[in-house]
Design a protein around this ligand. Structure first.
Ligand code: ZN
Length: 136
């Protein structure tokens, strides 16, 4: 697997507006995109920090995965996303190594990236996202 950098860190928050204020007013970052990803039932806000992004995730539904995450574990780091070259091959490679994957095939995530999740059961407790920007 060719992993180039940490693409983003996903952080589950209860209130997107409040969370954005923290990142802007305290950390001095600028939110450059807010996007709803319907099939994941989340509204996301993005900040660029060097070549890595912070992705804030607010659930749009009480039965969404992020709402359930917060219910169980509270707000906090939800997942880490690694940029890879050749996401299909990367996913296949992980599967061959015995890693349980949440997505069988890459799908479209926020910002038009192709994404796929690896199950935290197979990744030492960290929900791990692989992603590739095929527009580049
Ligand atoms: Zn993500």
């Amino acid at each position: 697997m060719q992993t180039t950098h940490i693409e983003h860190i996903g952080i589950a928050v209860k209130d997107l507006k409040e969370a954005i204020s923290f990142y802007e007013d305290v950390l001095g970052l600028k939110c450059y995109n807010i996007e709803e990803v319907e099939d994941q039932k989340v509204r996301t806000a993005f900040f660029m920090v060097g070549q890595t992004k912070v992705e804030l995730l607010e659930s749009t539904s009480p039965d969404g995965p992020v709402a359930k995450f917060i219910e169980k574990r509270g707000e906090g780091i939800h997942h880490i996303a690694f940029a890879v070259k050749g996401i299909e091959e990367a996913l296949e490679h992980a599967r061959k190594k015995g890693v349980q994957t949440i997505d069988q095939q890459p799908r479209k995530g926020a910002e038009g990236l192709d994404i796929a999740f690896l199950h935290p059961r197979s990744t030492l407790g960290v929900l791990t996202e692989l992603c590739e920007d095929k527009s580049k």
